[in-house]
Each structure stands twice: as C-alpha cells, then as structure tokens.
Design a protein. Structure first.
Ligand code: PCA
Length: 325
C-alpha cells in the first residue's frame, strides 16, 4: 500500500512538471454576437493571451450573452463566477452616473473626440471599477449612434408614442424626452423584439443594426452621430493579483493590441455597416435640420441632468475634455 502511495505521489509530481505550470482556463462572457467587431477583437485578445502565456492562461470567449446575459456580466466577474468579461460601460449608469460619461448626447460625436473624452474619464472609471473588485484591461468604442425607425421621421413630434428599445439610462431618458416609450432590451434579443413589435425603433450604431439584420423590420436609419459609447474588458481583481508578473505583461500587451485593433475596426465597420443597411433595403442618411435641432436641445437638457447627477467628478471630466479640444 505504502509503495502504491509513493508511486502515485511520484507520478503526480512527474505529471505536474510535464504539464504547463498552473494552467488555467478563463471563461470570458461577452454580450454581443460572435460576428460583431467587439467579439472578434475579444476572440483575438483571447488567442493572444493563450499563445503569449504558453497556455498557462487559456481564455475562452462566450459571445451573444451565452454564458451570462449582458446585464449580469459585471456582477459575475465581481463575484468571481467568471474571471474576465466584456460589457457596455454605460450599462452601469444606474449604479453611478459617472459610468454614463460616454452617452451624453452631442458631447463627443467623432472617434477623435470620443478618444479624448475617454482619456479624460479613464482615471475616474478605473477607480470606480477598482472599488468594485474589477481591473480594467481595455476599452473600445462603438461607431456613432443614430436613430432607427419603421417609418420616416422628420421631427421629434413624429416620434410620439413609438416603442423605443433602450440599452442604458441615457437611452431610456432620450425616449422619455422625445415622447417615446422606452423598453430595455439586450442587443442579442433585438431582432425578435422588432419582429414581434415589442420595439419599433432604437438609437444604436449601424454596426448593431447590421449585426441584427434589422432591415427585416425597420426601414430608416438617421445618422445623428449623437455619441460613441464604449465596451470594456474587465478582470476580477483577486484573479488579477494572482497572475504572475510575466503573464500580467503578456495580458497587458494583448489588451493594448486589442484596444488598437478594436478602434481601427470600429472606424472601418462604420461605413461598411451603413452600406450593409442600405443593401438590406433601408434608407440611410442624415436627419433633417429640424430633427437635429430638436435633438440638440434635448442633448442640452441631458447634459445638465448628467452634470447634476455626476457631481464634481463629472464636471471635472467634461472640463478636461473641453480643454483638450
Ligand atoms: N450597440 C450596442 C450599444 C451601442 C451600439 O452601437 C447596443 O445597441 O446594444
């Protein structure tokens, strides 16, 4: 018996030295469809980490909300149910207004401005996340947000009573201020919501409309360029603390690469997906001057509301962004 125990112990030791030291598998929940550019960027990030750590950390992505739904991803990572994952940053605006810095209508409406706004906000967001047991790895913007409708819309008055799909507090508020009826639905579920009439319009990028083939239900996309919200990838801070310095370096390098590639893809995808909407049969173009003017007034209201909710730290972000202009 003793010999057998010794043999088993010796075999276990041998096995331990042959297998990669402390190989770990990290499941990475993501909310958007596998075809989306954020998911593609995440998949390459995962491959980069798996290869770069020599398999010591293998990241496996789970797009389309298949492991955790979008709204549950942050909590899952905070509580260690998943070590790493991606989520829409402004989805947390209901916890703290600061998270909504990137969904203020007409504050930052281009990729360049959105990058400057992110530079201004990043320290506050990193701190907020750190207080919640989360370490930020990288963040990538969505293309500019425009308005989708079933029928032609030329003014805010034309929007009255329309059922509007929202994805965060700001989009629900936009619906209220335009006289629409907000209903919060994850991107993974919007095709069905539009097909069944649960929603009839939304504000989003050409990218999400393209990914979800919304031309099957909707006919108009107005390029309002209202804001560029961001997705971010976070890791549980205790898990992060347990990673070797060498592997931390690899993960951070892969994250920088992913951020760069994701930004590049977002820009490329903007024109490509707007053309995709046209090819699907939608009318794609700028909103009327009247509609833009009315939406900008609503933007002023929403900016003031956000500044009030986000306090001094929010004001400091907007001031830092304005002075970088
Ligand atoms: N797509 C995401 C968020 C912003 C965007 O362009 C969505 O509609 O859920």
């Amino acid at each position: 018996m003793k010999n057998l125990t010794n043999l088993l112990a010796a075999t276990a030791l041998t096995a331990a030295t042959v297998a990669p030291a402390l190989a770990e598998k990290w499941d990475m929940p993501m909310a958007y469809s596998a075809s989306n550019f954020h998911s593609a960027t995440g998949a390459e990030f995962a491959k980069c980490v798996t290869t770069g750590t020599g398999g010591e950390i293998e990241i496996v992505t789970h797009p389309s909300g298949s492991l955790f739904k979008g709204g549950d991803i942050k909590r899952a990572i905070q509580t260690g149910q998943a070590p790493i994952g991606e989520r829409l940053l402004s989805g947390h605006q209901n916890e703290n207004a600061l998270f909504g810095f990137d969904s203020i209508p007409f504050l930052a409406t281009s990729f360049d401005d959105s990058a400057k706004l992110w530079d201004a906000a990043k320290p506050s967001i990193e701190k907020l996340l750190a207080e919640q047991n989360l370490t930020l790895l990288y963040a990538v913007p969505w293309p500019p947000q425009g308005l989708y409708f079933k029928n032609e819309v030329n003014s805010v008055a034309d929007m009255a009573g329309i059922k509007f799909r929202s994805y965060n507090n700001a989009t629900s508020r936009l619906a209220e201020l335009t006289g629409m009826l907000p209903v919060t639905i994850e991107a993974a579920e919007i095709s069905q919501a539009f097909a069944t009439g649960v929603a009839e319009s939304m504000v989003s990028s050409g990218s999400t409309g393209y990914d979800r083939k919304v031309w099957e239900s909707l006919s108009y996309f107005y390029e309002v360029d209202a804001w560029l919200p961001r997705n971010y990838v976070m890791v549980n801070s205790e898990v992060w603390a347990g990673v070797s310095d060498a592997n931390k370096n690899v993960i951070q390098a892969c994250a920088s690469l992913a951020e760069y590639a994701g930004n590049w893809r977002a820009k490329e995808y903007t024109g490509f997906t707007l053309q995709g909407l046209r090819d699907g049969g939608m009318t794609v173009g700028p909103a009327s001057d009247q509609m833009v003017g009315e939406l900008k007034e609503i933007g002023v209201t929403m900016t003031n509301e956000w500044l009030e909710a986000a306090g001094d730290e929010g004001k400091a972000i907007v001031d830092a962004f304005s002075s970088s202009q």
